[in-house]
Design a binder for this molecule. Structure first.
Ligand code: SF4
Length: 285
């Protein structure tokens, strides 16, 4: 006897509110002014960027290419230098920085005012981390437990995190640093949509036969969700499109859990779920 897979979709899968709001602002601005420019992709998802391009939301490399329409500063924050340059050039700035990213900037500035050595748990070279670093002088970015072990003893330090870090990574790094730093003030800046997404994986992955994580290969956040899922369910796979779902993965399976990185649009999640509905699995009688 064959039947359909039981499909569990994480409620927080896909775009976080910060990305949703940034896309809405970009669309509104493009409608009002004919077009809008962005320095880099609004999310790490080629399909979303291509669709936005059709709505006259243009990606440019420098402010010099953005003379005849407003420039939108993206959800994950922009370095103060670019704010200054855009103001000097008299460009119209649309600030789509997520309020939770603004909060991280405020927190690291407060830690700086307290005279602390500044530490950031995050990915080296990620745009959000670069913008956090640029709020204050002299920061150290710690991406891994090994890097945390290399940090020397410090008298007084402040620690924040990139918004999309894995909670476990943050906890382990914090544990190591707290043994080396006499006066450490940690502000937990992993954002709540990220925490919810990670929590949902933890509840769905152990009770599903297969896990599908939707997102782009270029999205660090999606890769992290896959890692979290793999820890709890070795039958976890990442797909960029519905076509990549392989029926072979579902041999002997009766259930599948679905989550998606913060850069995956709703219609892509729906397409993958639709594809999963068409997979026939053998049912025990
Ligand atoms: S991941 Fe979190 S901090 Fe970043 S844009 Fe989304 S809601 Fe904001």
């Amino acid at each position: 006897m064959s039947g359909q897979l039981k499909i569990r979709v994480a409620k927080g899968a896909g775009f976080c509110f910060g990305v949703r709001d940034a896309i809405a602002k970009a669309k509104e601005t493009a409608q009002e002014h004919g077009k809008v420019y962005m320095l880099g992709d609004i999310v790490h998802n080629e399909r979303v960027v291509a669709e936005l391009e059709q709505d006259n939301i243009k990606v440019v490399d420098s402010l010099d290419q953005a003379r005849d329409a407003p420039v939108l500063f993206r959800a994950h924050g922009t370095v103060p230098e670019l704010w200054k340059k855009a103001n000097e050039k008299d460009l119209t700035i649309v600030d789509a920085t997520c309020p939770l990213v603004h909060e991280i900037h405020d927190e690291i500035r407060k830690l700086h005012e307290e005279g602390r050595k500044l530490l950031i748990i995050g990915d080296h070279g990620h745009d959000e981390v670069i913008a956090i670093q640029a709020q204050v002088p002299d920061t150290t970015v710690i991406a891994t437990i090994e890097e945390a072990k290399q940090v020397p003893r410090i008298k007084k330090a402040g620690l924040v995190s990139q918004s999309t870090q894995m909670i476990e990574n943050v906890q382990e790094i914090l544990g190591i640093l707290s043994m080396k730093i006499f006066d450490l003030r940690f502000v937990n800046t992993v954002c709540f949509p990220t925490r919810r997404n990670q929590d949902e994986i933890k509840s769905i992955a152990p009770i599903s036969d297969v896990m599908i994580i939707i997102g782009s290969q270029t999205s660090a956040n999606t890769k992290r969700l896959l890692e979290a899922s793999l820890r709890l369910n070795k039958n976890s796979y990442m797909v960029e499109t519905a076509e990549e779902v392989d029926p072979e993965w579902f041999k002997g399976a009766s259930s599948v859990g679905v989550s998606a990185g913060a850069s995956s649009p709703d219609d892509l999640i729906e397409e993958v779920v639709e594809q999963l509905k068409h997979i026939n699995v053998k049912m025990e009688v």
